[in-house]
Design a protein around this ligand. Structure first.
Ligand SMILES: Cc1cc2nc3c(=O)[nH]c(=O)nc-3n(C[C@H](O)[C@H](O)[C@H](O)COP(=O)(O)O)c2cc1C
Length: 282
């Protein structure tokens, strides 16, 4: 007998009071008025703009230390740590509202270190978590928040953060492209449930599957082509002309075209440019 769907009433914080939402989370470091770097865990923390601009959205209760600190200093770092059962209790304690940053730092079991980025240490600039596998260094986009009524007037604080730098540990850097057999083991949270418990989960080891080959559709070519170099755009028409390239060679061919475009200072690749390259090859 299949289970049936029943309605779940909408409540505030519906993602954890009316439904299941499991995801990773960031540990946000920011600096308080006394100059202390503090750590706050945030599950509602996602990539926001991913093409051309690199931004991030954090949704917080408006009275958190993180919100006050970031609004004052404009800076924060999003630290992503791997699953470590021994650290979960510290993370949970960091999530308990009403603690001053100095109180949190008294029981902190993570190592705070200076950012290796030039110009990213000093007053108002947060330290980062040494154990993190990656860190996003961010600046609050005050102007675009003020210009957007949803972000500006929400009952929650919506921190629109521009990502200035992405730092990845050496061990993981070479695996971003999916080479190797491992991914960082991101911890999961399902949030606050039922008034007395906070749920966490452990990710299973990651595995990879080959992308199904549904033929060289021009959308696929277009997507691949336009993520090679921010300074070079392929028009849809150009992508349509490139659908004949066998999948295993696609990336290499596209990179070759981008290389030629850059060499010649061409920012937009249309059919004419491809034709010109074709002619030269003959
Ligand atoms: C794993 C985890 C995820 C959390 N995610 C959020 C969140 O997305 N938004 C939020 O307002 N509070 C969230 N909290 C609660 C905050 O961490 C809590 O408000 C805390 O006081 C924030 O620290 P801060 O005041 O130093 O910024 C989360 C807590 C935990 C343990």
């Amino acid at each position: 007998m299949p289970d049936s769907f029943v309605p779940s009433p909408l409540r505030d914080n519906w993602y954890q009071s009316s439904s299941f939402y499991g995801s990773s989370f960031a540990l946000i470091t920011s600096v308080d008025e006394a100059g202390v770097t503090s750590i706050g865990p945030y599950q509602l923390s996602f990539p926001f703009e991913v093409i051309k601009r690199r931004s991030w959205m954090v949704i917080s209760r408006p009275s958190s230390n993180t919100v006050a600190n970031v609004r004052r200093t404009l800076k924060c770092a999003l630290n992503f740590v791997e699953y470590d059962r021994a650290q979960i209790e510290t993370i949970l304690k960091f999530g308990y509202p009403g603690q001053l940053p100095a109180e949190k730092m008294a029981y902190n079991t993570f190592t705070l270190v200076d950012s290796p980025t030039p110009g990213r240490t000093g007053p108002g600039l947060p330290q980062i978590i040494g154990e993190a596998f990656q860190v996003f260094e961010c600046t609050l986009d005050v102007d675009r928040i003020a210009a957007n009524p949803i972000l500006r007037d929400s009952a929650s604080a919506h921190l629109l953060l521009n990502i200035d730098n992405i730092l990845v540990k050496q061990r993981w850097k070479g695996r971003i492209d999916g080479s190797g057999d491992e991914m960082p083991r991101v911890p999961l949270t399902y949030g606050f449930r039922g008034g007395a418990t906070f749920w966490f989960g452990e990710a299973q080891p990651a595995f990879k599957l080959p992308i199904p080959d549904l033929g060289a559709r021009h959308e696929v070519v277009h997507y691949e082509a336009n993520r090679i170099d921010d300074g070079v755009r392929f028009t849809l028409e150009a992508s349509k002309q490139l659908t004949g390239i066998p999948r295993p060679f696609l990336r290499q061919v596209l990179e070759g075209i981008v290389w030629q475009a850059k060499k010649r200072g061409v920012a937009e690749i249309g059919p004419e440019f491809l034709e010109q390259l074709n002619k030269e090859r003959k």
